[in-house]
Ligand binder design. Structure first.
Ligand code: PSU
Ligand code: MN
Length: 302
């Protein structure tokens, strides 16, 4: 099915038109966020988790220039195994004109989900305001895009390599509601807590769905950010986390890593310096987000 030049998988299109539960999944986490070969296995596992809940998965990516909602197996393999660019909203027309494939960020995934009527979206962590942004202006387009993409976004907060406080301030300025899922504290990706508390929480999928309905009834085009902490039993040890991050920042500094290179450098350093521990945590928080997104989608479908 084609909708404004967007290809929608027939199973996803049918579910959308019936008002059945559908959850969008991001592809940058598969192409850039996780190493091979765990990335393809994770991409498949996220879809399986949703199917087990009777929810239709819609992994979103750009395939040969066409934004595609719901990937076939060979398309998921392409995203996982080929070196393809990371695509935010502004990259979509360029990929289209050039006929190239790309992996969609939170921004581009939420944008395409909203355009096609998918109401719930699961990811690992949101992009946000980078440390030092007051000088570099480095703020993810995830934030501004979510202000006009009406979807429920389930994430484990933002990575502690970002400026969490500034990210929360920007979400406030953009009038994007943020609720903690069974928590009053904004989670920091690998850790279930940060030093930042939240104004509001929800205690079940039905309550998240209710807030989203109210947001839409108000005429808002904003996303609802549901901050879902990694379960305590699966979280990274705080002391180890702090020690590895400190080493990572020191290494970036010592090697003169600057600008756009800083985040990829830190993330790769963190996976290696933690002996893969950060990767395990990343996978479990992502699964946890996918499951909750499935529950919220079911609640919205009922
Ligand atoms: N957070 C993660 N892993 C990721 C990303 C964020 O833990 O791979 C990706 C997401 O796709 C997010 C993007 O939308 O990075 C933000 O990138 P930028 O800061 O360049 O907008
Ligand atoms: Mn950036």
């Amino acid at each position: 099915m084609q909708d404004a030049g967007i290809k929608i998988h027939p199973e996803v299109a049918a579910a959308i038109s019936e008002g059945a539960a559908v959850v969008a999944l991001e592809s940058t986490i598969i192409s850039h966020g996780l190493p091979r070969p765990q990335n393809l296995l994770a991409g498949r596992a996220f879809e399986e988790l949703l199917r087990a809940q009777n929810v239709v998965p819609a992994t979103i990516a750009v395939i040969d220039g066409t934004p595609t909602v719901g990937l076939a197996e060979d398309e998921l393999e392409l995203i996982a195994n080929e070196d393809i660019p990371k695509a935010s909203v502004r990259d979509l027309p360029i990929l289209r004109a050039k006929g190239l494939s790309g992996a969609t960020t939170v921004a581009a995934t939420a944008y395409l989900a909203a355009k096609t009527g998918v109401k719930v979206f699961a990811t690992g962590g949101l992009g946000g305001v980078h440390r030092g942004a007051s000088e570099t202006f480095d703020e993810s387009a995830d934030l501004t895009t979510l202000a006009s993409a009406p979807v429920v976004v389930v994430s484990a907060g933002v990575k502690s390599v970002l400026d969490i406080g500034a990210t929360l301030e920007r979400l406030e300025s953009l009038s994007i509601p943020v609720v903690g899922y069974r928590t009053d504290i904004f989670p920091a990706f690998w850790l279930p807590t940060s030093e930042f508390s939240l104004d509001w929480r929800v205690d079940g999928p039905g309550e998240a769905a209710e807030v989203f309905r109210a947001l839409q009834a108000q005429g808002s085009k904003s996303a609802l950010v549901v901050a879902n902490p990694v379960p305590n039993a699966e979280a990274w040890d705080k002391a180890e986390h702090d020690a590895v991050l400190e080493k990572a920042f020191a290494a970036a500094d010592a090697q003169g890593v600057r600008g756009k290179e800083v985040t990829p450098f830190l993330l790769q350093f963190i996976v290696e310096a933690s002996g893969g521990r950060s990767l395990e945590v990343n996978l479990s928080l992502a699964r946890n987000n996918v499951s909750l997104a499935g529950e919220i989608a079911r609640s919205l479908a009922n």
